[in-house]
Write a protein that binds this ligand. Structure first.
Ligand SMILES: Cc1cc2nc3c(=O)[nH]c(=O)nc-3n(C[C@H](O)[C@H](O)[C@H](O)COP(=O)(O)OP(=O)(O)OC[C@H]3O[C@@H](n4cnc5c(N)ncnc54)[C@H](O)[C@@H]3O)c2cc1C
Length: 402
């Protein structure tokens, strides 16, 4: 749906013929933007939320989170809205060195990313000016910013929040650059397994790589509703022949790489197509600007292997909406001095740094590139072998895999 197909501005609540004036205009209604809109509205601020699409399309993104992620939803008052979109699970089976290494009951939650974002979007109250359209101009005003949409609608806001994820258009319009710190850092595959999730003999299953030459971190299986979903995180380039082979015969590739778990995984029979997403690690530059802030993937991107994306996104939203925006709006002006406080927020800074750090660490230690990382990889394998031997003393003739 484009902005042109919406009713005329004057017939939409909150908009008159000359447009609208709000405290905060948010561009991009993914997880970050929608969470910002809900939280700021709940805190009594006047908010506009603008996205190019009326609904978030199905796409392969984050599909699993833990209690630490959920606690951030709680801090924003979004846990109750989100819970119906989540499938909760226990009984986590962890395989290392090809053998069952641990079984734990740590709560985790599976979800379709579009299902979660759309559940949050449906909860956006009518008091939020919710617009579907394209922003074509961002002007600087003495006390904020003016957005102009493709249909001519103009929104004056004291603050613009840019939460457009990987989209380049708005960042470019605002003069924000992006530096890629690690191109093609990882490559994620997402697919369904055949059959009903309840018929598998585990809640979740994580199988970690046994050999660094295999160039993957782990396969994780978890339910979304009654479907057993798989995320397979590799360190491959999209042009690697492995990708072509995986698309052509995923069942055989998985059986070759992890034969030990094939019997408990329905012999890896797939229940649908394979999605493939390459991931770059990136960071924005020139972002300290009056009247404009970046949140979530619009600010930086990390790797899905350590699963830190959601906590980074929700930490941005929590610090911005619970701490900084209420303080900024309480006094006149929206200069760089105010905006800088968010980018220097110690909780945000540490969350971003840690996300980037573990993204690099996971790749280096999994691939064992260079002597130091090869030694670390070997040390980790030795430690795990010893632990496995303590837990399950080897029987005659039984090996521990790679
Ligand atoms: C394959 C994959 C697997 C992942 N797995 C995990 C995981 O297991 N755990 C984890 O924690 N994280 C994971 N992540 C990371 C996580 O998904 C992201 O960090 C998170 O979804 C980013 O949310 P966001 O709101 O910043 O961006 P998005 O959800 O991308 O939202 C951006 C929004 O902006 C809108 N938009 C874009 N351009 C414009 C424009 N010009 N005008 C108006 N609207 C616009 C889009 O329509 C969209 O709605 C994964 C990422 C990928 C790619």
């Amino acid at each position: 749906m484009s902005s042109q197909s919406l009713p005329s501005p004057s017939s939409r609540p909150g908009l008159d013929a000359s447009g609208a004036r709000v405290d905060v205009a948010i561009i991009g209604a993914g997880l970050a933007g929608t969470a910002c809109a809900l939280r700021l509205h709940a805190l009594g601020h006047k908010v506009a939320l603008i996205d190019a699409h009326a609904e978030h399309a199905e796409e392969f993104r984050a599909e699993k989170m833990g209690l630490d992620h959920l606690s951030l939803f709680e801090k924003l008052g979004l846990d109750q809205i989100s819970k119906p979109a989540l499938t909760s699970m226990l009984d986590n089976h962890v395989y290392r060195l090809g053998r069952l290494y641990s079984r734990k009951d740590i709560p985790e939650f599976g979800f379709s990313y579009a299902g979660l974002v759309n559940a949050l979007r449906r909860a956006v109250p009518s008091g939020v000016l919710n617009l579907v359209g394209k922003v074509t101009e961002i002007e600087t005003l003495p006390d904020g910013r003016r957005l102009v949409l493709a249909d001519g609608t103009s929104i004056d806001a004291r603050l613009v929040v840019v939460s457009t994820g990987l989209g380049e258009a708005i960042r470019r319009m605002a003069g924000v650059k992006r530096t890629v710190l690690s191109r093609a850092h990882s490559l994620a595959f997402g697919f369904d397994l055949a059959g009903r999730a309840r018929d598998y003999g585990f809640g979740t299953l994580n199988y970690y790589s046994t050999r660094r030459e295999h160039r993957y971190a782990y396969l994780t299986l978890f339910p979304i509703g009654d479907t057993m979903r798989a995320n397979f995180f590799t360190y491959r380039d999209i042009a690697d022949p492995f990708v072509k082979r995986f698309r052509a015969e995923p069942q055989q590739v998985l059986k070759d790489l992890m034969p030990e778990i094939a019997p408990v995984c329905g012999d890896f029979e797939l229940g649908g197509p394979v999605s493939v997403r390459p991931v770059d690690l990136s960071l924005s530059e020139d972002y300290e600007q009056p009247g404009l802030v970046l949140v979530g993937d619009a600010f930086c991107t990390t790797c899905p292997v350590p699963g830190v994306g959601i906590s980074r996104v929700m930490t941005d939203v929590e610090r911005l909406c619970n701490v900084h925006i209420p303080a900024w709006l309480a006094t006149p002006g929206m200069g760089v001095d105010k905006i800088a406080a968010y980018y220097r927020d110690p909780v945000k800074v540490e969350t971003d740094r840690a996300g980037m750090r573990v993204s690099f660490y996971a790749r280096r230690v999994n691939l064992g590139e260079g002597l130091v990382w090869r030694l670390r990889h070997a040390r980790n394998q030795v430690l795990r072998r010893s632990l496995l031997a303590l837990r399950h003393p080897p029987q005659a003739g039984a090996g521990l895999g790679g």
